[in-house]
Each structure stands twice: as structure tokens, then as C-alpha cells.
Write a protein that binds this ligand. Structure first.
Ligand SMILES: *Cc1c(COP(=O)(O)O)cnc(C)c1O
Length: 379
């Protein structure tokens, strides 16, 4: 089936007792059993919940994986995945991943003996030379947040397979509509469903998708043992969201392209970062590996004062963390999403004080362009 058909139907059957076309919110903590040891596959709601299972099957299908395991947030999903490793294990990570991932790995997981190397994973020679005997996984975000550096996923999966180590992609920025890492040979995909998958800025959640049965068993064990499950209501909200994922992403991306062009040519903008721009250093790779360029744009205003003035002058775009909703959001990565990254590291990644990031929403693009234009006009 095609992507939109899967988005609407995969994992969901009409409710057998009523015919309700939408999977109900099974808001229950337990299930009555027919006799001792006789039940319908549902014992306790941390362990099994039909609404959550419908979402897990839906997202697994959209990412072209066999299994999905849903968690209470994107960070809970990534933390669950990392719980498979043991003290002494080493993981290679894209240097400018989501700030929360950096905080989890460096400030929490390091305490348990995990070791991390932060590198530019778009540099494949560097990736090769960073591998160690205890390297267990390469964790990639592409395009990166917020400077839009792209890593060649086919090449990463080849390197990992040769060495017998896992590859994982945080696909939150692209969504499976625009990029499907598993089709490119990647083992594991993680998402913050909070963003494009839910799409309506009204739920926090996360998912891990994989095809390997053992990884799936481990993650279901961790999901039940550690308990950071996605609630039935949030599972239902994300299922509502994925039904329109294809049409939303198409519209997000169309406006994204147009605003990126506008910003790149604007006299007050020193530089715009967007993979769809011909001047993006990896535009060709983006064309090969993605089905579009997405709706995340960052641009350089030149100074902290300028960034403050632009962000303070926006009237339609809201100043907020997060992304992927129907509303256009603007943020200041240096003080917001990447505040937990030390300044020296931040500057090395190109996350300057003058950088502004926008997540392009679904408002009329003319209105968004006019808002950005009047805000830049204040400089
Ligand atoms: C938001 C985000 C996360 C964390 O997800 P939460 O749902 O906020 O816990 C992880 N990775 C990326 C790329 C994100 O944008």
C-alpha cells in the first residue's frame, strides 16, 4: 500500500464490539481474566494496551520497520534504547543532535559507565577512525538541529554492518513521509512523536521502530520493566495525527522551501541553512536520500541583539521551543534548545548567538513571509 493509505489504516481495524471506525481510547488499568491463566492477551495496562499497540503498528509500518515500541516522550524512547547497553559500551553520536539527547547522554548515562564520542557523522573517514572495540552503536540525526548538516545514511549503515554494530537515526525532523532510514539500511529509528507525527502541538511522546526481533523483545521488556509508557490518550492523539501526515508534510515542505528562498535572499540575513537551497553544501545528498527538504530552517542575523530584536518583533510566528505543529514556531537555539551545550562546543557547531530557527507551520505562506519581513525590517 502507499504511504497515505498506510498512514490512515495500518494497525487499525474497526472496533470489533461496536464497529467504531476509530480505535477507541482504552482508558483502563487492568483487564478481567476468564480464569486463572486465561486471558485475551491483555493483563495489565503498563504491559499491554490496545490503543498503544495500534499506534505502534501504525508507526512501524510508516517507517517500514516490523516493530514499534511507544514511550512517554522522545527522550524516554531514546533512554529506553540506551538501556540495552552495559557499562563500558561506547556509542558514536552526531555532534549537533537535539540538546536533550546531549544532556541525557553526557549528564545522566555517562554516570552509568557508557562512553560517547561526539563527531561530525557526515565525515565518514572520521566515523571509521572513531570506531573502537567496544563501540555498540552509531546514533545519527540528519539533518541536524539547527544547522541542517546531512549524514549519508546508506554509507553509515554499510560501515556499521561491516563492523557488526547497530545504526540508529533520530528521524524527528523529517518524519517517515520525507525520509525512511530503515529502507536505507539503518537498524533503528527513533522519534519524538511530539513533533510532526502528532503534528498538533497537543501531546508529548516517543517511539522506537526496528525490524530485529531481539531488539524488539528487549525494548518491550524495558518498556514494561522501566514503565515509561505512552498513555492511551496520547497514543490516540498521535494516531489522529498520522492520518494527515502526508498532506501536512507536503504543505509544511512547500512553505518551507518558499520561506528558505525568501530568507536566503533577504538583505538582513547573513546566511540561511536549509537542505533545499542550492547553496547548501549537501544539497545533492539531500536530493538522493530524502523525499523533500522539510520545514525546519535556521538563519543567521549576525548578533544576539539582532536575534532578540527579530524574535521580539514577530507577530504571527510564536516564540517557543518545539517544532512540527500546525503553528509556525521560532526559537533561539543558543539560549533555548541548546542551552545545556557548553558555549565553546556550541560555537564549534555553528550555533551562534545570532542564529534563529523556525519550524514552518501550515498558515498561509504569504502571511508568514510578511511577518518575517517586518521583523527583519526592524534590524
Ligand atoms: C523534541 C526532540 C526530541 C525529544 O523528544 P521529547 O518528546 O521532547 O522528549 C528528540 N529528538 C529530536 C530531534 C527532537 O526534536
Amino acid at each position: 500500500m502507499g504511504f497515505s493509505t498506510d498512514a490512515i489504516h495500518a494497525g487499525q481495524k474497526p472496533d470489533p464490539s461496536t464497529g467504531a471506525i476509530i480505535t477507541p481510547i482504552y482508558q483502563t488499568s487492568t483487564y478481567v481474566q476468564d480464569g486463572v491463566g486465561e486471558h485475551k492477551g491483555y493483563e495489565y495496562a503498563r504491559t499491554q494496551n490496545p490503543t498503544r499497540q495500534a499506534l505502534e503498528a501504525n508507526l512501524a509500518r510508516l517507517e517500514r520497520g516490523r516493530h514499534g515500541i511507544a514511550f512517554a516522550s522522545g527522550m524516554a524512547a531514546i533512554n529506553a534504547l540506551m538501556s540495552r547497553f552495559e557499562s563500558g559500551d561506547h556509542v558514536i553520536v552526531s555532534s549537533n543532535v537535539y540538546g536533550g539527547t546531549y544532556r541525557l547522554f553526557e549528564q545522566l548515562l555517562r554516570k552509568f559507565g557508557l562512553d560517547f564520542s561526539w563527531i561530525d557523522t557526515s565525515d565518514l573517514d572520521l566515523l571509521q577512525s572513531t570506531l573502537r572495540d567496544r563501540t555498540r552503536m552509531v546514533f545519527v540525526e540528519t539533518p541536524t538541529n539547527p544547522t541542517m548538516v546531512i549524514t549519508d545514511l546508506k554509507a553509515v549503515s554499510r560501515i556499521c554492518r561491516q563492523r557488526g554494530i547497530l545504526s540508529c537515526v533520530d528521524n524527528t525532523f523529517m518524519s517517515p513521509y520525507l525520509q525512511r532510514p530503515i529502507e536505507l539500511g539503518i537498524d533503528i529509528v527513533v522519534h519524538s512523536t511530539t513533533k510532526f507525527l502528532n503534528g498538533h502541538s497537543d501531546s508529548v511522546g516517543g517511539i522506537v521502530v526496528c525490524s530485529d526481533d531481539r531488539i524488539n523483545d528487549d525494548l518491550h521488556f524495558i518498556q514494561n520493566a522501566a514503565g515509561a509508557i505512552l498513555s492511551p490518550f496520547d497514543s490516540w492523539l498521535v494516531l489522529r495525527g498520522t492520518k494527515t501526515l502526508a498532506v501536512r508534510m507536503k504543505a509544511h515542505e512547500e512553505s518551507g522551501r518558499r520561506l528558505a528562498q525568501f530568507l536566503a535572499q533577504h538583505p538582513k540575513v547573513e546566511k540561511a541553512h536549509y537542505p533545499g537551497l542550492k547553496c547548501h553544501p549537501q544539497h545533492q545528498l539531500a536530493l538522493r536520500q530524502q523525499r523533500g527538504f522539510g520545514a525546519m530552517i535556521s538563519f543567521e542575523t549576525g548578533s544576539l541583539d539582532n536575534a532578540r530584536r527579530v524574535l521580539g518583533s514577530l507577530q504571527l510566528c510564536s516564540l517557543a521551543e518545539s517544532l512540527g505543529g500546525v503553528e509556525t514556531l521560532a526559537c533561539h537555539p543558543a539560549s533555548m534548545t541548546h542551552a545545556s551545550v557548553p558555549e565553546e562546543d556550541r560555537l564549534k557547531l555553528g550555533i551562534t548567538d545570532g542564529l534563529v530557527r523556525i519550524s514552518v507551520g501550515l498558515e498561509d505562506v504569504e502571511d508568514l513571509q510578511a511577518d518575517l519581513d517586518q521583523a527583519l525590517g526592524k534590524l
